[in-house]
Write a protein that binds this ligand. Structure first.
Ligand code: N01
Length: 544
């Protein structure tokens, strides 16, 4: 413990650890490295899985792969680590990312402070002592000065509450809780529910393996070709030589990629110019069409219509059967207001004889049966059923823990009408609690490792500054939280985003408050804002 570093009266305030961190994914691993290796603090990480990796531990479904380019889907904090690690493809696959995070755990000797197969179930702030008491499903109770939730934004997997859901007698899987040993669909009839980023990655590969695949789609998506493959060795070499430049650009960008908006409105260009811009981004693959497009596509419906319509034409070109093509064509939301999936042979999968598409908006699923599934119009039988139905995003992983702040107040009760945070990092009445990539942070609208590093470094700075000043607690003022939460909503409601039924809005979970959760101001401006707040003597926070 750290009591010797705390000065007078410290003994009564001694804790088991300086910090407890929940989760050993990208966030938790780096948090531990900073706290322990860089700052000399004591920390314990609790991780529910029996290995490190977080998202990349759990999401082992066929096709699971990052949609960010591998050279920036990486930590940047250690130049040598970044220089030495070789990614095999443009986008890193699940197994490779998991291997990378295992390597990081070894390289920085992190494992000895990570307790695996342990789920944190409760954390209570003891106001008198100013410490967090954290309990786990393995029976541990430990105390710590800081409680850091590195739980991920998309880690609470959900299966919709369809009648008969648990009656199915075949094998069922959720993509976010995939069996470690993998699944062989050879010779099987398979049903899959969900066509989000996950379903769109998995469908073409399951289609190749399965005897027959039925896809149940509720909302058609605009997916962009990933164009994965090996990276040209010359490009790789040039990147390795430009470490400083790349990370400077990425950190100051909107979305944590080397992508920038076109500084014109879409309607300022002629149709021919727009065609050239859209085509160039389409040919390059990746998120350029999304977060590197005309600057007004998220705010101006008419501008957005130009790219939405352009995307619809691309779908029509790739799908042979016009009726299927029409079902796959989104007409109920603006391009980019749902997370845009990247795809590899997604649309072509529907040209195969063994793949069938069912539009469940037209013919809703009525029930899951012991042998399959019944819609209004037909009955389907499967050997296996795959739920690619997503997550209780952002608040879900936090609300699953009984987090009690001042006065014993439960965080999930405080958030009953939607999350309230200051900077997406802290919440009033919950001293010394930090969220990594929490609601109200840019996180999920950006390349995650970039936002994660910023959050972890900012939290580390706060903890370091508190020690220097001899402060024991930090928490935001109610006013700062109200202003930030208002600002998050104001930015969102100046765009088309809230009009779409997305997990950003909580719309995928029945009964969840409809509040736009991520911060739309961009990763670069958010970083500046945090730095400015620290400089202004932690404006909006109370330190004691
Ligand atoms: O989940 P989703 P996901 N009946 O919520 C459907 C990240 N990610 O796991 O759109 C029928 O997007 C639902 O339909 P609808 C990324 O941030 C990253 O695919 O709500 N269908 C939808 O089609 C992503 O956004 C990467 O109408 C139901 C699907 O299930 C996030 O994770 C890769 C239903 C769920 O889509 C989540 O993606 C993959 C019901 N009752 C994911 N309930 C990479 O970077 C839900 N659906 C690689």
């Amino acid at each position: 413990t750290q009591q010797d570093q705390r000065g007078a009266g410290a003994e009564e305030r001694a804790t088991d650890f300086d910090a407890v961190v929940v989760g050993a994914g990208f966030s938790g691993l780096y948090m531990l490295h900073r706290l322990r290796n860089e700052m000399g603090l004591t920390a314990r990480v609790f991780e529910e899985g029996d290995g490190v990796g977080g998202t990349w531990y759990w999401n082992r479904y066929p096709g699971a792969r990052s949609d960010s380019d591998s050279y920036i889907y990486s930590y940047s904090f250690d130049k040598e680590l970044w220089q030495e690690w070789e990614w095999s493809e443009r986008y890193p696959g699940q197994e490779e990312i998991r291997g990378y995070l295992e390597h990081v755990a070894d390289r920085y000797d992190l494992r000895r402070d990570i307790q695996l197969s342990t789920r944190v179930i409760g954390a209570t702030f003891d106001e008198e002592k100013g410490v967090w008491e954290v309990s786990t499903d393995a029976g541990d109770t430990v105390t710590a000065r800081f409680f850091i939730a590195a739980v991920g934004a998309l880690s609470a997997a959900t299966r919709p509450d369809i009648p008969g859901r648990d009656a199915f007698e075949g094998e069922w899987y959720h993509t976010g809780l995939w069996p470690q040993e993998g699944v062989d669909f050879t010779g099987k009839t398979v049903g899959i529910i969900g066509t989000g980023a996950t379903g769109i990655q998995a469908i073409p590969l399951i289609a190749e393996q399965a005897e027959h695949l039925t896809v149940f789609q509720r909302t058609a998506n605009y997916a962009i070709p990933a164009r994965n493959g090996p990276v040209d060795p010359e490009v790789k070499k040039a990147r390795k030589e430009d470490y400083e430049g790349i990370w400077e650009r990425v950190r100051n960008s909107f979305a944590g990629h080397e992508l920038w908006f076109i500084e014109r409105g879409a309607l300022e260009d002629s149709p021919e110019q727009r065609e050239r811009e859209y085509r160039a981004r389409w040919d390059r693959g990746g998120f350029g069409l999304w977060v590197g497009n005309y600057q007004d596509i998220f705010a101006n419906k008419e501008a957005n219509d130009t790219i939405s319509e352009w995307m619809r034409q691309r779908i029509a070109e790739r799908v042979d059967d016009p009726e299927t093509a029409e079902k796959l064509t989104p007409r109920d939301h603006a391009f980019g207001t749902k997370r845009v999936p990247l795809e590899t042979n997604y649309y072509e999968a529907f040209n195969r004889d063994n793949v069938e598409l069912v539009d469940v908006k037209e013919t809703p699923i009525e029930e899951i049966t012991p042998t399959g599934l019944r819609t209004e119009h037909a009955e389907y039988e499967f050997d296996a059923l795959v739920f690619a139905t997503g997550f209780d995003a952002m608040t879900g992983p936090l609300n699953r823990i009984d987090i009690r702040g001042r006065g014993g107040r439960l965080l999930r009760e405080k958030w009953a009408e939607g999350p309230r945070t200051y900077l997406g990092l802290t919440s009033a009445g919950f001293p010394n609690l930090f969220f990594i990539t929490g609601p109200g942070s840019p996180s999920v609208l950006t390349n995650m490792p970039v936002s994660i590093e910023q959050h972890v470094e900012f939290v580390s700075k706060i903890v370091g500054d508190m020690r220097e000043r001899g402060a024991e607690t930090i928490e935001p003022t109610q006013r700062a939280e109200d202003e930030w939460s208002g600002h998050v909503q104001e930015l969102a409601h100046a765009t088309l985003f809230p009009e779409s039924a997305t997990w950003y809005m909580g719309a995928n979970i029945p009964g969840k408050p409809r509040v736009f959760m991520p911060y739309l101001g961009g990763a670069g401006p958010y970083r500046e804002k945090c730095d400015e707040i620290a400089k202004n003597d932690y404006e909006g926070f109370v330190l004691n």
